[in-house]
Design a protein around this ligand. Structure first.
Ligand code: SF4
Length: 357
């Protein structure tokens, strides 16, 4: 690749950003590092339009880092509900409390200082460093890999050590003096014009004239990923134990998906079970439920996560009264209290359908 090709890239990208980039999002002109950090955490693994109401909800409920640090876990998880990847929320709370108590509420002002915070990787650190402080740090995310690999015709897989190094170095070389505007521009171009697969709008692209992928008909082939992530299905069976207007609810604490969220009694199996199969499950047999009672099947909901599909099957069992339950991470919750707890998205859908909310 030539110096001319690089110069053209940066100049045309910046020109497009100032004249034709109409993507408007509330955090774009923000200079408060707290709000920029909040937006970046919310947008990890999340599309901007999906993250927008969460950003507005959090900034309204917690206008500064001290307010977020003082929030009850349960309340913050409830606001996060439906966004997935709940570790992000957990790390966000830990970081807010650290900044509030150890740094007197002041956000670190160097790339290294930002990177040292919990839940922050190189991409997020570069984004905060450039957007909040104008530091010369180039962001490299999925949008950036796509634009760079196509424009320069690079087929090195971006998820390899070599690919990551190559794209980061290139991104850093292309950075304009106004790093914040440059980073915003390349991410917006990837999100709105140089989009995945065959959806790219090359006719509207300011880089088309010197784009290698466009000239050689390789747009749909780039960028290259080395491995496909195998998506496995997990089969959850939720037994809704109902007694005296209460439902047995437990908190997920193991190192697993949906950590810290709530759920009814769970029986996991390697394949879907019907009611006859469920009563033979060791988790069911360990319950002191009266003999002869039969769980009623209520239906199934499927949720796709990044590496997993969760197939949740729901059963209800009405009891004459509460029973002692195994474990110490749950209790009997009055149905009208359920709306105060944070549940995974699938469970919210089911519980709403059953009018428990
Ligand atoms: S011309 Fe097409 S492939 Fe090349 S950078 Fe622009 S949108 Fe992407």
């Amino acid at each position: 690749m030539t110096a001319t090709q690089k110069k053209y890239f940066t100049e045309e990208l910046m020109r497009w950003h100032h004249s034709a980039n109409t993507r408007s999002l509330p955090w774009k002109e923000e200079k408060d590092p707290y709000k920029i950090w909040l937006s970046e955490i919310i947008l990890q693994q999340t599309r901007a339009q999906q993250g927008l109401p969460y950003y507005l909800g959090f900034t309204q409920a917690y206008p500064d880092v001290h307010a977020l640090a003082a929030a009850a876990d349960e309340e913050a998880f409830r606001l996060w509900q439906g966004l997935g990847y709940y570790n992000r929320c957990k790390n966000m709370l830990a970081t807010a409390r650290y900044i509030s108590s150890q740094l007197e509420g002041r956000f670190p002002e160097t790339y290294e200082g930002i990177l040292a915070l919990k839940g922050i990787g190189p991409y997020t650190a570069s984004a905060i460093a450039s957007f909040a402080y104008g530091l010369p740090c180039a962001v490299v995310d999925g949008n950036v890999y796509r634009v760079l690999s196509r424009y320069f015709g690079i087929d090195t897989p971006f998820d390899t050590t070599e690919g990551k190094r190559r794209f980061s170095e290139l991104a850093q070389q292309l950075l304009a003096n106004d790093s914040a505007a440059y980073n915003q521009a390349i991410m917006d171009l990837g999100a709105t014009v140089c989009t995945p697969g065959a959806t790219a709008r090359c006719g509207d692209c300011p880089l088309q004239k010197k784009c290698v992928a466009f000239r050689h008909g390789m747009v749909a082939l780039l960028p290259v990923k080395s491995k496909r992530t195998e998506v496995k299905t997990r089969y959850f069976h939720y037994l809704l134990l109902l007694a005296d207007g209460q439902l047995w609810i437990q908190k997920r604490s193991a190192k697993d998906i949906w950590q810290n969220l709530h759920e009814p009694y769970l029986l996991e199996a390697t394949a879907p079970l019907d009611a006859a199969g469920l009563v033979k499950h060791p988790g069911y047999r360990s319950l002191p439920v009266p003999k002869g009672g039969s769980p009623a099947y209520e239906g199934m909901l499927r949720q796709r996560l990044s590496h997993r599909v969760i197939e949740s099957h729901f059963f209800t069992l009405h009891l004459r009264g509460t029973i002692p339950m195994p474990g110490d991470n749950g209790n009997w919750q009055p149905l009208e209290q359920l709306k105060n707890l944070a549940f995974p998205k699938t469970l919210v859908s089911f519980l709403e359908k059953k009018l428990y909310f």
